[in-house]
Design a protein around this ligand. Structure first.
Ligand code: C2E
Ligand code: MG
Ligand code: MG
Ligand code: MG
Length: 273
């Protein structure tokens, strides 16, 4: 059968338009679909007590398993979710999944803590606080076992955030300041807000093994945390030398590939047992 050339062209054009239109479904739309299809899941990176070497907590880190099987990392989609107003739904999902994965562990191990990363938007209302409290209640955990991780950048412009952070602490949740040293948090802000915990950014941990001037900064961070009565978690610990140094300076906790990468919940629970 011979089709006139015009018809063939039309078919080719139409099908390629459809093809490209599908490819170009925007990332926010894909995130929305991903939420509907339950494509977001969590991995957990152990938080290690530097003195005992025991796993005493975990950080929940979100991943996205796309329909084609490709895994997308949070740095690729969290900023998009933040800018498109979808972060609230994503955070809600993260809290639900964390509750499913870790609820029993939180209840059975009352000293075990779980840290959850929040975005600036999550502090614009009390909604997230509410969800974290529900998580604690449903799992039978103490609120103090749940630690909200905030970054300095979220706090810059922060009057609403301030009252939510205060409310979180009043309800017994704990609050950590993540990636410390990469933003610009004033010391007076740290002092007035009274965070429970400070996470030393990987950048400063990396510098410990080098001659860089940054390797002294970590000492100042440690001293400041002491003065303000905050516990310390060092991030991105990759070498024994880093771990030993941090331990010798009295840093309580650490995370990093030296100990474990972020792993699936069942693997995490096996390691914990
Ligand atoms: P973060 O909260 O500072 O998390 C630490 C990141 O460092 C994680 O990357 C972790 O896998 C990685 N990491 C851990 N140990 C090492 C190490 O020894 N060496 C190196 N080079 N890297 C290490 P990941 O999972 O890709 O997460 C990236 C960022 O995405 C997180 O940084 C956090 O800011 C954000 N994020 C992750 N999950 C969530 C979430 O559920 N909600 C929100 N709002 N943000 C999230
Ligand atoms: Mg974090
Ligand atoms: Mg961090
Ligand atoms: Mg980070």
């Amino acid at each position: 059968v011979l089709l006139p050339i015009g018809v063939v062209t039309a078919i080719v054009l139409t099908s390629s338009v459809i093809y490209f239109a599908r490819l170009q479904v925007s990332l926010p739309t894909q995130i929305r679909q991903g939420l509907r299809r339950n494509e977001f899941y969590l991995e957990y990176q152990p938080v290690v007590d530097l003195n005992s070497g025991n796993w005493v907590g975990a950080e929940a880190l979100v991943r996205w398993r796309r329909r084609d099987g490709r895994i997308m990392q949070p740095d690729e989609f969290i900023p998009v979710a933040e800018h498109s107003g979808l972060i609230g739904l994503l955070t809600e999902r993260v809290i639900e999944v964390a509750s499913k994965d870790m609820g029993t562990t939180l209840r059975d191990a009352p000293d075990f803590f779980l840290t959850i990363n929040l975005s600036a938007r999550d502090l614009q209302s009390g909604g997230t606080l509410e969800k974290l409290m529900v998580m604690a209640r449903d799992s039978g955990a103490r609120p103090g076992q749940i630690v909200a991780e905030l970054t300095e950048r979220m706090l810059v412009d922060a009057s609403a955030a301030k009252s939510v952070i205060k409310a979180m602490r009043e309800q017994g949740l704990r609050v950590a300041i993540d990636d410390f040293g990469t933003g610009y948090c004033s010391l007076s802000y740290l002092e007035t807000m009274q965070f429970d915990c400070l996470k030393i950014d990987r950048l400063f941990v990396e510098a410990i093994d080098t001659e860089a001037a940054t390797n002294r900064v970590v000492l100042h961070i440690i001293n400041m945390a002491r003065t303000l009565d905050m516990k310390l978690i060092a991030e991105g610990v990759e070498t024994e030398a880093q771990a030993n140094y941090l331990k010798s300076q009295g840093v309580e906790f650490a995370q990093g590939w030296l100990f474990s990468r972020a792993i699936a919940p069942d693997e995490f629970l096996k390691g914990l047992a």
